[in-house]
Design a protein around this ligand. Structure first.
Ligand SMILES: CC(C)(COP(=O)(O)OP(=O)(O)OC[C@H]1O[C@@H](n2cnc3c(N)ncnc32)[C@H](O)[C@@H]1OP(=O)(O)O)[C@@H](O)C(=O)NCCC(=O)NCCS
Length: 446
């Protein structure tokens, strides 16, 4: 039986290998999907209890296949649990755990120089490989969701089937609108959005199943239902609000992972993530960038010179503020998400005066931040660009921008939450120490 299964897997693997793009040298075990498997849930069902890990040598011969993912994790822990991943320094404890490896996050990995990779694929590779609505266009978000959940590149048919499925899940109950309407008109769009998510939570499948008593091995299934329902309903909630966004360590993704580690359902976890995203050093930066750019135009006009722009940047810094849209906790180069938006702007809105200002800032800001001597990354991040694009297409309400970031972030967070439960990851609980403890420890270490 095992033999026949293995033969079937090997022949499936060979046919998938044939479909693999040769342009993609870096995709190690990534597979292109055959168009016949259109149901994402059944794909996951196949993957989770019996995840097949395909590894290839440089000659693309199979060196190992068929490993149970949960078993792989247990084996890793049992055999290598005591392997050290680095030293924890006092700087790291005081400095917000920066650079401390402390989180398992299967769906994406951030490289300081290269930027984000989703299941091994960079942004340009995703643009090349994931199905688009029109040939040569930008990839559809459903394709990214499929990739994140399964680790496989979907076909156009699979993406279309997933779009239909999300549509069928997108009905938002009335009480959600009522909860949002109960807030005062002055409530920030992110407050309305989080309220909407919390109102959706009353329908959590995970909570219902957990209350009934569900075995740990099955946790991933209602988590999947909740994540898919949430992803399907968020755009509807976001559009209702309007009638008035890697790797796991960033504030919002880490928050969702932490809260979910207490077996809080995806709604509770995602609402917590949104509260982190609403902070100006994180997701709110896209709002802050547009407001800041508009304040530059208000003070200096659209035809601002490089010298005037430099003065404005220094004025911002000297007043104790950060330059929004520049810098990053991990990246040390221009954010590839910025580059990709810049290429889009060069193609579709090269004459837009605010885009031209964003381009001038790209020349002016990095040397100034470098001159400060303390900024680890003087280059622009994703938020330096997104607002100007949205503004160009008529979405000028900057206070709404982080809501859109939240809608897109649900795809990555929702996928990882399914895998958190599939892998049976435990409650997250880092050790904290006092300043006195650190001082005493350092004295002894000296
Ligand atoms: C993203 C951000 C919070 C990362 O913070 P970080 O990891 O602490 O960054 P660094 O280690 O480079 O910070 C070192 C110093 O440089 C400062 N710095 C970093 N980016 C800066 C910026 N864009 N403008 C001014 N100062 C900046 C920090 O405030 C810090 O100053 P301090 O030591 O006086 O507190 C930071 O770069 C920032 O505030 N950027 C602007 C907001 C933004 O665009 N956020 C979206 C991020 S995707």
């Amino acid at each position: 039986m095992v033999f026949f299964r293995s033969v079937a897997v090997l022949s499936k693997l060979r046919s998938r290998l044939a479909q693999q793009s040769t342009a993609l040298g870096s995709a190690r075990w990534l597979q292109t999907q055959s168009a016949s498997d259109l149901d994402l849930h059944s794909q996951l069902k196949d993957l989770i209890p019996e995840q097949q890990i395909y590894r290839f040598s440089s000659e693309l011969s199979i060196v190992r296949s068929l490993t149970v993912l949960q078993e792989r994790l247990k084996k890793l822990k049992a055999e290598n649990g005591k392997v050290q991943l680095g030293n924890i320094t006092v700087d790291m404890v005081i400095g917000g755990m920066r650079g401390m490896t402390g989180l398992l996050w299967e769906t994406s990995l951030l490289d300081p120089d290269e930027g984000i990779r989703f299941r091994g694929l960079s942004i340009p590779e995703c643009q090349k490989l994931l199905p688009a609505a029109t040939p040569g266009g930008e990839p559809l978000p459903e394709g990214l969701l499929w990739l994140l959940l399964t680790g496989k590149v979907p076909s156009k048919e699979q993406v279309d089937a997933l779009s239909k499925e999300l549509q069928s899940r997108s009905k938002v109950p009335d009480h959600v609108y009522k909860a949002i309407n109960a807030l005062p008109a002055t409530a920030h769009a992110m407050t309305q959005f989080t309220t909407g998510v919390m109102a959706l939570q009353v329908e959590s499948e995970f909570q219902k199943a957990y209350d009934k008593g569900l075995s740990k091995a099955k946790f991933w299934e209602p988590t999947y239902e909740d994540s898919m329902n949430l992803i399907a309903r968020l755009p509807v909630v976001a559009s209702f609000i309007y009638r008035s966004d890697h790797e796991g360590g960033n504030v919002s993704a880490h928050t969702a992972h932490l809260v979910a580690s207490a077996l809080s359902d995806p709604y509770l976890s995602f609402a917590a993530a949104l509260n982190g995203l609403a902070g100006p050093l994180h997701g709110l930066a896209n709002q802050e960038v547009l407001l800041w750019i508009k304040s530059v135009v208000k003070e200096c006009g659209e035809n601002i010179t490089a010298e005037q722009l430099k003065d404005y940047v220094w004025k911002t810094l000297n007043s104790g503020k950060v330059v929004p849209g520049y810098g990053h906790g991990v990246l040390r180069k221009t954010d590839p998400r910025y580059t990709c938006q810049r290429e889009f702007a060069l193609k579709h809105l090269p004459a837009d005066p605010l885009f031209q200002l964003v381009s001038k800032l790209y020349e002016v800001v990095p040397p100034i931040l470098t001159q400060l001597g303390k900024v680890k990354n003087p280059w622009p991040n994703v938020d330096a660009h997104s607002g100007v694009l949205l503004n160009h297409f008529g979405l000028s309400e900057a206070r709404y921008y982080t809501v859109l970031f939240g809608v897109s972030r649900s795809i990555g967070i929702g996928s990882q939450l399914v895998w958190d439960r599939a892998l049976g990851l435990p409650l997250e609980r880092p050790k904290s120490v006092t300043m006195e403890w650190l001082e005493n420890y350092c004295k002894k270490a000296a």
